[in-house]
Design a protein around this ligand. Structure first.
Ligand SMILES: O=C(O)CCC(=O)C(=O)O
Ligand SMILES: [Fe+2]
Length: 371
């Protein structure tokens, strides 16, 4: 197995959101690999309500359900915080396993805290995942709920998590405002379902996927749609793949771009818009080419509806398609939806060979395969 050579220990602030010097030590994303056609959308243009940019944004939300958001300029602060959190992730994962396991709260039916390597299955065959992750609750950091126990390297960084969460939620609020207008919903409908200071499953996730042996490279994180509303993702190495819509679609890598976040929509937006907006299936595999020999860290903010919000079509818009005549939506709120999705493939809860389909979200709709 390859040795780990990444060092993001300097905690440097960055100039105009450019990558810190340590990132230059990573091999580049290979030039000869096909990549997913994500649009590059500019945060500053969206903030200025640039008509053409808003149209491109709406197209991305209906079509791929994924886009790059160029944060340089107005998003320098979150880029800076993201760089610091990549350092925190390294410190966290360097802790002894027994220490990390103290913060695995699965026995309390909580998906916050630590998930060890191989704790979930990635496919119907019962193969195990190849990553560790740690979920930090927004409600904990913003004192909406009682604090969870946390290792010192995280407990010492509450201000950094708070700053990152506030910026990420700010991006999400802008996305929701634009989609509210696009869907012609009554004013603030979506924002009222995502109030920062009310309980929700919003979380930051720090992920580590170690390099895999050359002769045994498998899926690190199984295919899924995200469970909530809007995801803000920071990647340095490749490995993320999306499955574009349509019957004959093939998995494509998403190439990380410095100074950009990858934004994608989750199940809630599909439910609210009855499929007008799209939540794309994605997964994580070994990074391509020479990048495969490096440890892959990634950083995510998952925004989710407030706990009591129903995962159903919203009323009040003429643009959102009607339900089918005989269709009855499941009566489930966001809290229970997230728990079902987050715990669904955990080996300790449901075993290795469980009913995969019982824990799906909006994957079938995401395929847009009408054949
Ligand atoms: O690590 C990544 O690039 C994506 C992670 C992801 O899809 C998730 O945690 O839901
Ligand atoms: Fe995801």
């Amino acid at each position: 197995m390859a040795t780990e050579t990444l060092t993001y220990t300097n905690g440097t602030t960055t100039l105009n959101g450019h990558a810190p010097p340590s990132q230059t030590s990573l091999p580049p994303f290979p030039v000869d690999i096909p990549t997913a056609p994500l649009l590059r959308i500019s945060l500053s243009k969206l903030q200025a309500n640039d008509t053409e940019e808003v149209e491109r944004f709406c197209h991305a939300c209906e079509d791929l359900g994924f886009f790059y958001l160029d944060l340089r300029g107005p998003g320098d602060e979150i880029l800076d915080d993201a760089n610091k959190l990549f350092d925190v992730a390294e410190q966290l994962y360097d802790l002894p396993l027994e220490e990390k396991q103290k913060y695995d709260f699965m026995s309390k039916k909580s998906y916050f805290g630590y998930k060890g390597l191989g704790a979930a299955v990635v496919d119907r065959k019962g193969r195990l995942d190849r990553n560790e992750f740690y979920n930090v609750s927004k409600d904990d950091i913003l004192e909406v709920s009682d604090p969870l126990p946390a290792p010192t390297c995280l407990a010492n960084q509450r201000d950094l998590f708070k700053s990152f969460m506030l910026s990420a939620h700010g991006i999400v609020s802008m996305v929701l405002k634009l989609l509210n207008e696009h869907l012609e919903l009554p004013e603030r409908t979506l924002s009222k379902l995502h109030e920062l200071r009310r309980p929700s499953g919003d979380q930051v996730r720090l992920i580590k996927a170690p390099p895999q042996p050359k002769d045994d490279r498998q899926t690190a994180l199984g295919e899924h749609t995200d469970f909530g509303s809007v995801t803000v993702l920071f990647n340095r190495l490749g490995g993320l793949q999306v499955l574009p819509p349509g019957k004959d679609a093939e998995w494509c890598y998403v190439k990380p771009l410095s100074g950009h976040a990858i934004i994608n929509l989750g199940d809630a937006m599909v439910k609210f818009s009855n499929g007008l907006l799209r939540s794309n299936i994605h997964r994580v595999v070994s990074p391509p080419g020479a990048q495969a020999d490096h440890t892959r860290y990634s950083l995510v903010y998952f925004a989710r509806p407030n706990n009591e919000v129903l995962m159903q079509r919203l009323s009040g818009s003429n643009k959102i398609p009607e339900l089918d005549a005989d269709e009855v939506e499941e009566d489930i709120n966001a809290k229970d939806w997230i728990i079902r999705r987050a715990m669904g493939h955990r080996v300790a809860v449901h075993g290795k060979e469980h009913d995969w389909d019982a824990f799906l979200g909006t994957e079938v709709k995401s395929r847009r395969d009408n054949s």
